[in-house]
Each structure stands twice: as structure tokens, then as C-alpha cells.
Design a protein around this ligand. Structure first.
Ligand code: FAD
Length: 466
């Protein structure tokens, strides 16, 4: 039986970084991956495919906006695959890059399904039949997540899809119902709407993306509805079924009935642990169906660590990578500082949204009074030049109007622009930094300056009042 210092289960962002870190520490490392590809759902079903489709949706939206210059219509019965034409190239490039990285670092990549026999021994079943047992001093579980499919939604992956299967649709539908209003639901709803599909997005909450402030999500809903989408908030869905002929029928509790070609159920994701036989390793899942870890990403079993979606929120590729790296460092007692709590969140809807630090709502709950500065993208030259509507940047500061507590942005470029705010937060900077720094002109980054000036004005008025 081969023994490894470190065995990593899963080759997604968490597994990759965990394995590479282990190898860099001089350990003998193996990665076990049950699919034939390397990269996890991030590369094959999540982040990369959805963002590739989004890129084309943006282009098509822009062509439609310029229809006065050139007539533009999408072909009837457009194959979805043609809208993600570059996807194969992107995926192949990533697959090669990731496999090369593992090889380059002397990591053994074993394609097979891993299952614990005990805390330190793992059975690998191969796709073509047969199995092998290996042993490991340390294990990092990085098996990711899969869609939570509520029992009452009859997902058949033909008419009614989940977030892993939605891009397997052959043709671009004429209409789509999206159940849910979290990140994945908002991204796909707005991407398909931008492609000209008639989208209904339905959820029981009053606004989508409930962790963001309402002024931002209102702008998102406005943009979505301006493209022709329909947002049905505070709406309970009673029943969904395929009528066996031409439509998916969604019956809502308030009596509305929505007919659409296809339906996407985006009701969150759960830990992907069903194959692992965790009980053999002495592990159990917590009440949320996730693997519990401490601050060191160590599980209840000292030699086993876990990272990525399998341990729950924020369930982002970005966070998963850092957790994976940290899990391996912690397994070998490499000293690390605290993991930064100022993680940015990027929502690649159309328009994009992004946030870092705390929202205005959270800040008010935590501190009572706060000072907030806002800048609409129309207020800066670049926003005007690029004709960006529904764009806004918001800075949340303490009650003295000095310390930056959070930044939130809606509008194209949000997921890049947010890093300026993130650096200010990490540096514990005061809001004045955005006014004292010179940004390129014309850029959307100028919105930081405009919003900061608004905070400073409030601060001055506040001082005058005393
Ligand atoms: C539609 C969608 C869009 C997204 N967009 C973004 C985005 O824009 N930005 C962002 O940061 N995040 C995004 N995410 C989230 C991101 O994809 C995940 O947070 C990330 O992939 C989690 O990484 P991971 O390594 O934990 O798991 P995964 O990437 O899921 O990888 C887990 C791997 O483990 C393997 N595995 C599972 N069980 C076993 C077993 N028993 N034996 C061997 N192998 C096993 C799986 O095959 C898989 O390859 C998106 C997700 C979805 C679904």
C-alpha cells in the first residue's frame, strides 16, 4: 500500500491549492479526482462556463443597444453551444494548465472516487473498474458542493434544470423561469435575459441578493426589468411541472401561473460528501450538512482538514483557494496570520455587483450611526462616455465619517473596482485616501472620489453642528 504524506480529495480550487502548498512544503502528495478532468465544478460547471456565457451575453446586449447602427437579430433556435464557443478552448487551456501545475510540483493525480476506510486509509475506485487502497498521514477534503434540489421541484435536466445542468440545454430557450434570487439565480437570470430570453425570476424574499443593501439590489432589479425580465418577489411557488407538451408550468401561491420553455432551480448548494463514507473516518456532518472545521480548517479528526464549498459559505472559488492553501500549511504547523475577513464578493450578473467589508444595513445594526457616500456612475466622465446606467458605488464609514467599513458597487466593472476598496479596508485607511489619491481620468474609479467627498461633506457638517 502506497503511503502519502498528504492526500487531497478533489481537484477544484481548494484541492489544487492545498496540494500545491503541500508539495511546496516538501511533502509527498496525491490528489484524487473522480472526474476525468481537473479543476472541479469551478472550471467545468460553475464559474468559468457561466462567465464565458456572460461575456457573450454582454456582447449581444451591446449589439442590440446599437441596433440603430446595424440591424441585429439572433438566429431562431440558436444552439446554446454557439454562445459559449470559446468555452472548449478556455476549458482545455485551464485543464492543461492545472494538470501541468500538479505535475510540475511532483504531485500524483489519481483519477478515481475516494472513500474513507479509516481516518488514514482511503479506497480509490477507478471508472474502468478495480480499486486501490492508499494511506495518508494527513488528508484534506476538498470535494466541493452540488445543487440543493428541493423535493417538490421535479428536476429532469431536460426541461427543469439545476445550476450544474443548465448549460447542457441544447438550444437557447425563448423563455426561462428562475427559482431563487441568490448569486447563481441572479447571474443566470440576468445573463439569459440579456441574451433575449424572457426571464421570470421568482423568490419568497422581497429583493434578490438579500445580503446586499437594498439601494444596490433595486438598481439590479431595475436593470433586469429594463432588459425585459420580470422579478416576482415575495412569491411562493406551490408547484412546478412539465406539461408533457410544450411548457414548464410554475404555479404560485398567489394564483399566478407562469409558462416557460425551461426552468432553472437555483436553491443553494450542499456539501458533496455522499461518496466519502465519512463515518469510517470518524467524521459526521453538522446540522447544515457541512463538514465543521475550526479556525485552522481542522476537522474533529486531528489528521483531517477540509476546505472550499464542503465547509460552507462563502462558497467562492477565490475563498476556496486560500482555504486550501491554509489547510495544508496548518496540517504542517506552518505559521500563518489570520485569514483576512475582508473577502470581496463578486456577483457576475448583468450588471455586476460587488461588495467588501460590511453593508450599510449591517453597519447600522452594529454601530448605530454611520456615514454613507454614494456616487452614481453617471456622475463621472467614464460612466457618461460608456453610457453606463444603473451604476453606483457606495462607501460606508463609521459615525465620525473617517474609518471605511465597507464598499458596495453595482454596475459594469464592479468586480474589478471593488479591489480598490478592499485595499483601503486592509490598510485600515480613512476615507480621505480616496480624495487625496490621484486616479486615472476618465475612469469609473473616480466614483470612489465622488462618494468619499460626500462622506467628508457630511463629516464637516457634523463637526459644524457641535
Ligand atoms: C454557476 C456557478 C457560478 C459560480 N461563479 C463563481 C464566481 O464567479 N466566482 C467565484 O469565486 N465562485 C463562483 N462559484 C463558486 C465556485 O465554483 C466554488 O466555490 C468552487 O468551485 C469551490 O471549489 P472546491 O474546490 O471547494 O470544489 P469544486 O470546485 O466543486 O471541486 C470539487 C472536486 O471534488 C471532486 N470530488 C467530489 N467527491 C469526490 C470523491 N469522492 N472522490 C474524488 N473526487 C471527488 C469533484 O469531482 C470536483 O472536481 C460558482 C459556482 C456555480 C455553481
Amino acid at each position: 500500500m502506497t503511503n502519502y504524506d498528504l492526500v487531497v480529495i478533489g481537484s477544484g480550487p481548494a484541492g489544487q491549492k492545498s496540494a500545491i502548498q503541500g508539495a511546496k512544503l516538501g511533502k509527498k502528495v496525491a490528489v484524487i479526482e473522480k472526474t476525468k478532468e481537473t479543476g472541479g465544478s469551478c472550471v467545468f460547471r460553475g464559474t468559468i462556463p457561466s462567465k464565458t456565457l456572460r461575456e457573450n451575453a454582454l456582447r449581444i446586449k451591446s449589439m442590440r443597444q446599437n441596433a440603430a447602427i446595424a440591424n441585429f437579430e439572433l438566429n431562431e433556435d440558436l444552439e446554446l453551444a454557439t454562445l459559449i464557443t470559446r468555452l472548449d478552448d478556455v476549458l482545455n487551456a485551464l485543464d492543461h494548465y492545472l494538470s501541468d501545475q500538479l505535475e510540475h510540483n511532483g504531485i500524483e493525480l489519481i483519477h478515481g472516487r475516494a472513500k474513507f476506510l479509516s481516518a488514514n486509509s482511503i479506497e480509490i475506485s477507478f471508472v474502468g473498474g478495480g480499486s486501490n487502497i492508499i494511506s495518508a498521514d494527513k488528508v484534506v477534503i476538498a470535494t466541493g458542493s452540488y445543487p440543493r434540489n428541493p423535493q417538490e421541484i421535479p428536476i429532469d435536466h431536460e426541461h427543469i434544470f439545476d445550476s450544474d445542468s443548465i448549460l447542457s440545454m441544447l438550444y437557447l430557450p425563448k423563455s426561462l423561469t428562475v427559482l431563487g434570487s441568490g448569486v447563481i439565480a441572479s447571474e443566470y437570470a440576468s445573463i439569459f435575459q440579456a441574451l433575449g430570453v424572457k426571464v421570470h425570476m421568482i423568490d419568497k424574499y422581497p429583493a434578490p441578493l438579500g445580503f446586499l443593501d437594498r439601494d444596490l439590489t433595486d438598481k439590479f432589479v431595475h436593470a433586469f426589468e429594463s432588459m425585459g425580465g420580470t422579478w416576482l418577489g415575495e412569491t411562493k411557488v406551490n408547484k412546478v411541472h412539465w406539461n408533457g407538451y410544450d411548457a414548464v408550468i410554475t404555479e404560485c401561491a398567489d394564483g399566478q401561473v407562469i409558462k416557460s420553455d425551461k426552468l432553472l432551480c437555483a436553491a443553494g448548494r450542499i456539501a458533496n460528501v455522499s461518496d466519502l463514507c465519512l463515518e469510517n473516518a470518524g467524521l459526521t456532518l453538522n446540522e447544515r450538512g457541512l463538514i465543521s472545521v475550526d479556525d485552522n480548517l481542522q476537522t474533529a479528526v486531528a489528521s483531517i482538514f477540509a476546505a472550499g464549498d464542503v465547509i460552507g459559505p462563502p462558497s467562492l472559488a477565490s475563498a476556496s483557494m486560500e482555504q486550501g492553501r491554509r489547510a495544508s500549511c496548518n496540517a504542517y504547523a506552518v505559521k500563518l496570520g489570520q485569514m483576512h475577513q475582508t473577502l470581496p464578493a463578486g456577483i457576475y450578473s448583468i450588471p455586476e455587483l460587488s461588495s467588501v467589508g460590511i453593508s450599510e444595513t449591517q453597519a447600522k445594526k452594529q454601530f448605530g450611526e454611520v456615514m454613507v457616500g454614494r456616487a452614481n456612475f453617471e456622475d463621472v466622465a467614464r460612466g457618461q462616455i460608456s453610457d453606463i446606467q444603473d451604476g453606483m458605488l457606495k462607501i460606508v464609514c463609521d459615525d465620525q465619517g473617517q474609518k471605511v467599513l465597507g464598499v458596495m458597487i453595482v454596475g459594469e466593472g464592479a468586480t474589478e473596482l471593488i479591489h480598490i476598496g478592499q485595499m483601503a479596508l486592509l490598510a485600515n485607511a480613512e476615507v480621505d485616501i480616496f480624495v487625496e489619491s490621484i486616479f486615472n481620468f476618465p475612469t469609473l474609479a473616480e466614483a470612489y472620489r465622488v462618494a468619499a467627498l460626500e462622506v467628508i461633506e457630511q463629516r464637516d457638517q457634523h463637526k459644524d453642528a457641535y
